[in-house]
Design a protein around this ligand. Structure first.
Ligand code: ZN
Length: 382
Protein backbone atom coordinates (compact mmCIF):
# COMPACT_ATOMS: atom_id res chain seq x y z
CA UNK A 1 0.00 0.00 0.00
CA UNK A 2 1.36 3.38 -0.96
CA UNK A 3 2.09 5.58 2.02
CA UNK A 4 1.98 9.15 0.93
CA UNK A 5 2.73 11.09 4.06
CA UNK A 6 4.83 8.88 6.32
CA UNK A 7 8.03 10.88 5.99
CA UNK A 8 6.68 14.38 5.71
CA UNK A 9 6.64 17.18 8.19
CA UNK A 10 4.20 20.07 8.00
CA UNK A 11 5.06 23.57 9.11
CA UNK A 12 2.25 26.07 9.17
CA UNK A 13 3.26 29.71 8.96
CA UNK A 14 0.57 32.24 9.57
CA UNK A 15 1.38 35.69 8.29
CA UNK A 16 -0.32 38.99 8.80
CA UNK A 17 -0.86 41.86 6.46
CA UNK A 18 -2.08 42.51 2.95
CA UNK A 19 -5.70 42.64 1.93
CA UNK A 20 -6.43 39.21 3.35
CA UNK A 21 -5.90 40.14 7.00
CA UNK A 22 -4.74 36.71 8.09
CA UNK A 23 -2.79 34.78 5.50
CA UNK A 24 -1.80 31.17 5.94
CA UNK A 25 1.07 29.30 4.39
CA UNK A 26 2.04 25.73 4.88
CA UNK A 27 5.51 24.32 4.29
CA UNK A 28 5.49 20.61 3.55
CA UNK A 29 8.98 19.19 3.93
CA UNK A 30 9.84 15.80 2.57
CA UNK A 31 12.62 14.35 4.72
CA UNK A 32 13.71 12.00 1.99
CA UNK A 33 13.95 14.68 -0.67
CA UNK A 34 14.93 17.50 1.69
CA UNK A 35 12.78 19.84 -0.38
CA UNK A 36 10.26 22.30 0.96
CA UNK A 37 7.03 22.92 -0.90
CA UNK A 38 5.04 25.99 0.03
CA UNK A 39 1.28 26.01 -0.12
CA UNK A 40 -0.95 29.03 0.24
CA UNK A 41 -4.18 28.85 2.23
CA UNK A 42 -5.35 32.45 1.89
CA UNK A 43 -8.78 31.87 0.36
CA UNK A 44 -9.63 28.68 2.19
CA UNK A 45 -8.78 30.14 5.55
CA UNK A 46 -10.62 33.33 4.81
CA UNK A 47 -13.66 31.17 4.18
CA UNK A 48 -13.08 29.42 7.49
CA UNK A 49 -12.79 32.74 9.25
CA UNK A 50 -15.99 33.92 7.62
CA UNK A 51 -17.66 30.88 9.18
CA UNK A 52 -17.31 32.71 12.49
CA UNK A 53 -20.07 35.02 11.31
CA UNK A 54 -22.64 32.22 11.25
CA UNK A 55 -24.49 30.67 14.17
CA UNK A 56 -25.79 27.13 14.03
CA UNK A 57 -27.97 24.75 16.07
CA UNK A 58 -30.15 21.63 15.69
CA UNK A 59 -27.97 18.62 14.90
CA UNK A 60 -25.24 21.11 14.18
CA UNK A 61 -26.92 22.41 11.04
CA UNK A 62 -28.69 25.77 10.50
CA UNK A 63 -30.37 27.66 13.38
CA UNK A 64 -29.81 30.91 15.23
CA UNK A 65 -29.06 31.01 18.93
CA UNK A 66 -25.97 32.53 20.49
CA UNK A 67 -24.45 32.74 23.92
CA UNK A 68 -20.92 33.14 25.25
CA UNK A 69 -19.15 30.39 27.20
CA UNK A 70 -16.39 30.84 29.72
CA UNK A 71 -13.19 28.87 30.18
CA UNK A 72 -10.25 28.76 32.54
CA UNK A 73 -6.80 29.95 31.54
CA UNK A 74 -4.71 28.34 30.12
CA UNK A 75 -6.95 25.80 28.43
CA UNK A 76 -5.60 22.37 27.51
CA UNK A 77 -6.51 20.76 24.20
CA UNK A 78 -5.48 17.17 23.52
CA UNK A 79 -5.59 16.27 19.84
CA UNK A 80 -5.95 12.57 19.10
CA UNK A 81 -4.86 11.53 15.59
CA UNK A 82 -7.10 8.50 15.03
CA UNK A 83 -5.61 5.04 14.32
CA UNK A 84 -1.83 4.40 13.99
CA UNK A 85 0.37 1.31 13.74
CA UNK A 86 -0.07 -1.62 11.39
CA UNK A 87 -2.85 -4.04 10.52
CA UNK A 88 -6.62 -3.80 10.26
CA UNK A 89 -8.24 -1.06 12.31
CA UNK A 90 -4.89 0.53 13.15
CA UNK A 91 -4.61 1.80 9.61
CA UNK A 92 -8.18 3.08 9.46
CA UNK A 93 -9.93 3.69 6.16
CA UNK A 94 -7.89 3.13 3.00
CA UNK A 95 -8.95 4.51 -0.36
CA UNK A 96 -6.66 5.10 -3.33
CA UNK A 97 -3.36 6.49 -2.06
CA UNK A 98 -4.93 7.68 1.20
CA UNK A 99 -4.57 5.82 4.49
CA UNK A 100 -6.57 7.31 7.35
CA UNK A 101 -3.82 6.94 9.99
CA UNK A 102 -1.49 9.16 7.93
CA UNK A 103 -4.17 11.73 7.19
CA UNK A 104 -5.15 12.07 10.84
CA UNK A 105 -1.53 12.65 11.91
CA UNK A 106 -0.94 15.24 9.21
CA UNK A 107 -4.19 17.01 10.15
CA UNK A 108 -3.31 16.87 13.85
CA UNK A 109 0.15 18.37 13.30
CA UNK A 110 -1.28 21.25 11.28
CA UNK A 111 -3.96 21.75 13.93
CA UNK A 112 -1.42 21.81 16.75
CA UNK A 113 0.92 24.23 14.99
CA UNK A 114 -1.92 26.64 14.27
CA UNK A 115 -3.57 26.40 17.68
CA UNK A 116 -0.24 26.94 19.46
CA UNK A 117 -0.06 30.38 17.88
CA UNK A 118 -2.95 31.43 20.11
CA UNK A 119 -2.34 32.65 23.66
CA UNK A 120 -3.56 30.84 26.76
CA UNK A 121 -3.68 27.35 25.30
CA UNK A 122 -1.57 24.23 25.71
CA UNK A 123 -1.82 21.63 22.98
CA UNK A 124 -0.78 17.97 23.15
CA UNK A 125 -1.04 15.01 20.79
CA UNK A 126 -1.79 11.43 21.82
CA UNK A 127 0.68 10.22 19.19
CA UNK A 128 3.29 12.03 17.12
CA UNK A 129 4.29 9.18 14.83
CA UNK A 130 2.85 6.07 13.21
CA UNK A 131 2.32 3.83 16.23
CA UNK A 132 -0.48 1.86 17.83
CA UNK A 133 -2.02 3.52 20.88
CA UNK A 134 -4.97 1.85 22.62
CA UNK A 135 -8.18 3.82 23.01
CA UNK A 136 -7.87 3.74 26.80
CA UNK A 137 -4.24 4.96 26.60
CA UNK A 138 -5.38 7.86 24.42
CA UNK A 139 -7.92 8.83 27.08
CA UNK A 140 -5.33 8.31 29.84
CA UNK A 141 -2.96 10.73 28.06
CA UNK A 142 -5.76 13.30 27.83
CA UNK A 143 -6.48 12.85 31.55
CA UNK A 144 -2.79 13.18 32.48
CA UNK A 145 -2.73 16.56 30.76
CA UNK A 146 -6.07 17.43 32.42
CA UNK A 147 -7.57 18.20 29.02
CA UNK A 148 -10.46 20.64 28.79
CA UNK A 149 -11.34 18.99 25.50
CA UNK A 150 -10.09 15.93 23.65
CA UNK A 151 -10.50 16.10 19.88
CA UNK A 152 -10.17 12.80 18.04
CA UNK A 153 -9.50 13.27 14.32
CA UNK A 154 -10.82 10.81 11.75
CA UNK A 155 -11.80 10.39 8.11
CA UNK A 156 -14.85 8.47 6.97
CA UNK A 157 -15.74 5.75 4.47
CA UNK A 158 -19.00 3.92 3.69
CA UNK A 159 -19.59 0.35 2.57
CA UNK A 160 -20.98 1.29 -0.85
CA UNK A 161 -19.01 4.56 -1.20
CA UNK A 162 -22.28 6.49 -1.43
CA UNK A 163 -22.16 8.74 1.65
CA UNK A 164 -20.55 12.18 1.84
CA UNK A 165 -20.27 15.06 4.31
CA UNK A 166 -18.76 15.89 7.71
CA UNK A 167 -20.07 14.45 10.98
CA UNK A 168 -19.13 14.43 14.66
CA UNK A 169 -19.79 12.06 17.57
CA UNK A 170 -19.97 12.93 21.26
CA UNK A 171 -20.83 11.36 24.59
CA UNK A 172 -24.56 10.98 25.28
CA UNK A 173 -24.12 12.01 28.91
CA UNK A 174 -24.02 15.11 31.09
CA UNK A 175 -21.37 17.78 30.74
CA UNK A 176 -19.36 15.61 28.33
CA UNK A 177 -22.39 15.74 26.01
CA UNK A 178 -22.86 19.48 26.50
CA UNK A 179 -19.23 20.43 25.83
CA UNK A 180 -18.78 17.89 23.05
CA UNK A 181 -21.98 18.93 21.28
CA UNK A 182 -21.20 22.63 21.62
CA UNK A 183 -17.79 22.17 20.02
CA UNK A 184 -19.03 19.66 17.42
CA UNK A 185 -21.78 21.98 16.16
CA UNK A 186 -19.41 24.93 16.00
CA UNK A 187 -16.92 22.80 14.03
CA UNK A 188 -19.60 21.48 11.65
CA UNK A 189 -20.68 25.04 10.90
CA UNK A 190 -17.06 25.94 10.12
CA UNK A 191 -16.64 22.88 7.87
CA UNK A 192 -19.86 23.72 6.05
CA UNK A 193 -18.85 27.33 5.52
CA UNK A 194 -15.19 26.73 4.71
CA UNK A 195 -15.60 23.78 2.34
CA UNK A 196 -19.30 23.48 1.49
CA UNK A 197 -19.37 20.04 3.12
CA UNK A 198 -22.75 18.52 3.85
CA UNK A 199 -23.44 18.66 7.59
CA UNK A 200 -24.23 15.08 8.71
CA UNK A 201 -24.80 16.20 12.27
CA UNK A 202 -23.36 16.12 15.80
CA UNK A 203 -24.54 12.72 16.97
CA UNK A 204 -24.48 10.20 19.81
CA UNK A 205 -24.26 6.41 19.60
CA UNK A 206 -25.01 4.01 22.44
CA UNK A 207 -23.50 0.55 22.80
CA UNK A 208 -23.43 -2.22 25.42
CA UNK A 209 -25.34 -1.35 28.58
CA UNK A 210 -26.38 1.95 27.01
CA UNK A 211 -22.85 3.34 27.38
CA UNK A 212 -21.21 5.46 24.70
CA UNK A 213 -20.51 3.18 21.74
CA UNK A 214 -17.16 4.68 20.68
CA UNK A 215 -14.31 3.47 22.89
CA UNK A 216 -12.30 6.69 22.96
CA UNK A 217 -15.37 8.73 23.97
CA UNK A 218 -16.30 6.15 26.62
CA UNK A 219 -12.75 5.94 28.03
CA UNK A 220 -12.43 9.73 28.10
CA UNK A 221 -15.76 10.16 29.91
CA UNK A 222 -14.69 7.60 32.54
CA UNK A 223 -11.91 10.10 33.29
CA UNK A 224 -14.18 13.15 33.19
CA UNK A 225 -12.82 14.38 29.84
CA UNK A 226 -15.22 15.57 27.12
CA UNK A 227 -14.18 13.93 23.85
CA UNK A 228 -15.46 14.58 20.35
CA UNK A 229 -14.76 12.48 17.25
CA UNK A 230 -14.48 14.57 14.09
CA UNK A 231 -15.11 12.66 10.86
CA UNK A 232 -13.88 15.31 8.45
CA UNK A 233 -15.14 13.90 5.16
CA UNK A 234 -15.46 10.69 3.14
CA UNK A 235 -12.25 9.36 1.58
CA UNK A 236 -14.23 7.24 -0.88
CA UNK A 237 -16.71 9.74 -2.30
CA UNK A 238 -15.97 12.22 -5.10
CA UNK A 239 -18.11 14.90 -3.42
CA UNK A 240 -15.56 15.05 -0.59
CA UNK A 241 -12.24 13.51 -1.45
CA UNK A 242 -10.83 16.42 -3.42
CA UNK A 243 -10.14 17.88 0.03
CA UNK A 244 -7.65 15.11 0.82
CA UNK A 245 -6.01 14.82 -2.59
CA UNK A 246 -2.98 16.89 -1.54
CA UNK A 247 -0.90 17.44 1.61
CA UNK A 248 -1.87 21.11 1.69
CA UNK A 249 -5.55 20.19 1.52
CA UNK A 250 -5.19 17.80 4.46
CA UNK A 251 -3.21 20.35 6.48
CA UNK A 252 -5.84 22.98 5.62
CA UNK A 253 -8.45 20.85 7.37
CA UNK A 254 -6.22 20.86 10.46
CA UNK A 255 -5.99 24.66 10.30
CA UNK A 256 -9.79 24.84 10.17
CA UNK A 257 -9.99 22.47 13.17
CA UNK A 258 -7.60 24.74 15.07
CA UNK A 259 -9.63 27.87 14.34
CA UNK A 260 -12.80 26.08 15.51
CA UNK A 261 -11.03 25.18 18.77
CA UNK A 262 -9.76 28.76 19.13
CA UNK A 263 -13.31 30.02 18.62
CA UNK A 264 -14.70 27.53 21.14
CA UNK A 265 -12.23 28.63 23.84
CA UNK A 266 -12.49 32.35 22.95
CA UNK A 267 -8.76 32.54 22.25
CA UNK A 268 -6.73 35.42 20.92
CA UNK A 269 -3.56 35.41 18.84
CA UNK A 270 -1.49 38.57 18.58
CA UNK A 271 0.80 36.95 16.01
CA UNK A 272 -2.16 36.01 13.79
CA UNK A 273 -4.17 39.14 14.47
CA UNK A 274 -7.17 37.00 15.46
CA UNK A 275 -9.32 37.68 18.49
CA UNK A 276 -12.20 35.34 19.33
CA UNK A 277 -12.45 36.54 22.95
CA UNK A 278 -15.73 38.34 22.31
CA UNK A 279 -17.14 35.74 19.92
CA UNK A 280 -20.34 33.83 20.52
CA UNK A 281 -21.90 30.59 19.32
CA UNK A 282 -24.77 28.30 20.35
CA UNK A 283 -24.04 26.63 23.69
CA UNK A 284 -25.68 23.23 24.23
CA UNK A 285 -26.91 22.23 27.70
CA UNK A 286 -26.55 18.83 29.34
CA UNK A 287 -29.54 16.62 28.42
CA UNK A 288 -32.27 16.16 31.06
CA UNK A 289 -32.29 12.46 30.23
CA UNK A 290 -29.36 10.78 28.47
CA UNK A 291 -29.22 11.69 24.79
CA UNK A 292 -30.48 9.04 22.38
CA UNK A 293 -29.64 8.41 18.75
CA UNK A 294 -32.41 8.76 16.19
CA UNK A 295 -33.85 5.26 15.81
CA UNK A 296 -36.82 6.08 13.60
CA UNK A 297 -36.88 6.33 9.83
CA UNK A 298 -37.84 9.56 8.05
CA UNK A 299 -41.51 10.43 7.54
CA UNK A 300 -42.54 10.24 3.88
CA UNK A 301 -45.75 12.21 3.33
CA UNK A 302 -46.42 12.11 -0.38
CA UNK A 303 -44.95 11.83 -3.84
CA UNK A 304 -46.24 13.00 -7.20
CA UNK A 305 -44.93 12.62 -10.73
CA UNK A 306 -45.75 14.28 -14.03
CA UNK A 307 -44.38 13.82 -17.52
CA UNK A 308 -41.69 16.38 -18.27
CA UNK A 309 -40.40 15.40 -21.71
CA UNK A 310 -39.55 12.37 -23.80
CA UNK A 311 -38.51 9.67 -21.33
CA UNK A 312 -38.30 12.14 -18.43
CA UNK A 313 -40.54 12.80 -15.45
CA UNK A 314 -40.71 15.51 -12.79
CA UNK A 315 -41.11 14.26 -9.25
CA UNK A 316 -42.16 16.01 -6.05
CA UNK A 317 -41.39 14.35 -2.70
CA UNK A 318 -42.68 15.61 0.64
CA UNK A 319 -40.86 14.22 3.67
CA UNK A 320 -39.26 15.24 6.94
CA UNK A 321 -37.31 13.93 9.90
CA UNK A 322 -37.95 15.99 13.04
CA UNK A 323 -35.30 14.13 15.07
CA UNK A 324 -32.14 14.13 12.98
CA UNK A 325 -33.10 15.83 9.71
CA UNK A 326 -33.01 14.67 6.11
CA UNK A 327 -29.66 14.51 4.31
CA UNK A 328 -30.20 12.83 0.96
CA UNK A 329 -32.73 11.40 -1.47
CA UNK A 330 -32.21 8.80 -4.19
CA UNK A 331 -34.29 7.04 -6.82
CA UNK A 332 -34.36 3.80 -8.79
CA UNK A 333 -35.91 3.49 -12.27
CA UNK A 334 -35.30 -0.27 -12.50
CA UNK A 335 -37.26 -1.64 -9.57
CA UNK A 336 -34.41 -1.23 -7.08
CA UNK A 337 -31.70 -3.07 -9.05
CA UNK A 338 -29.65 0.13 -9.22
CA UNK A 339 -30.01 3.47 -7.44
CA UNK A 340 -29.07 7.03 -8.31
CA UNK A 341 -26.22 8.68 -6.41
CA UNK A 342 -27.38 10.25 -3.15
CA UNK A 343 -28.56 13.77 -3.89
CA UNK A 344 -28.59 16.45 -1.21
CA UNK A 345 -31.96 17.06 0.41
CA UNK A 346 -31.81 20.84 0.38
CA UNK A 347 -35.51 21.63 0.85
CA UNK A 348 -37.42 22.12 4.08
CA UNK A 349 -40.04 19.41 3.63
CA UNK A 350 -40.16 19.17 -0.16
CA UNK A 351 -37.81 18.30 -3.02
CA UNK A 352 -38.52 18.58 -6.75
CA UNK A 353 -36.32 16.77 -9.24
CA UNK A 354 -36.29 15.16 -12.68
CA UNK A 355 -35.42 11.58 -13.52
CA UNK A 356 -35.92 9.03 -16.31
CA UNK A 357 -39.34 7.38 -16.72
CA UNK A 358 -38.96 3.73 -15.64
CA UNK A 359 -39.09 1.22 -18.52
CA UNK A 360 -41.52 -0.83 -16.43
CA UNK A 361 -43.27 -0.53 -13.05
CA UNK A 362 -42.95 2.42 -10.67
CA UNK A 363 -40.15 4.78 -9.78
CA UNK A 364 -38.77 3.99 -6.32
CA UNK A 365 -37.76 6.91 -4.08
CA UNK A 366 -35.77 6.85 -0.86
CA UNK A 367 -35.13 9.57 1.70
CA UNK A 368 -32.19 9.31 4.14
CA UNK A 369 -31.82 10.87 7.59
CA UNK A 370 -28.66 11.89 9.49
CA UNK A 371 -28.45 8.45 11.14
CA UNK A 372 -28.51 6.78 7.71
CA UNK A 373 -32.01 5.40 8.21
CA UNK A 374 -34.15 5.41 5.08
CA UNK A 375 -37.81 5.37 4.06
CA UNK A 376 -38.89 4.23 0.62
CA UNK A 377 -41.95 4.69 -1.54
CA UNK A 378 -43.06 4.09 -5.12
CA UNK A 379 -44.48 6.69 -7.48
CA UNK A 380 -46.55 5.61 -10.48
CA UNK A 381 -45.42 6.25 -14.02
CA UNK A 382 -47.46 9.35 -15.10
ZN1 ZN B 1 -11.24 6.47 11.88
Amino acid sequence: MKRLFGSRRINILILRGGNFGAHFRCNVRSRREGKVKRYDFGKKILAALCAALFFFGGLGCPAARAQAASSRDPVVVVIDPGHGGTGGRNEGGIFGANMEKHLTLLTAQAMQQTLEQFEGVQVYLTRTDDREVSLSDRARIAAEYDADLMISLHYNMSADHSLYGAEAWTSAFGSEYAKGQTFARLWLADMQNAYGLLCRGAKVRRGNGGLDYYGVIRAARERGIPCVILEHCYLDNPNDNGLVSSPEGIAGLGVTDALSAARYFHLKSSSLGLDYSGGSYPVISAPKADAQPDQTSPQLFSTAARKAGEGTMSVTVKASDPESGLLYYSWSADGGATWSTLERWTGEEQMDFSCPVPAFGSLLIRVHNAYDLTSQTAVKNP
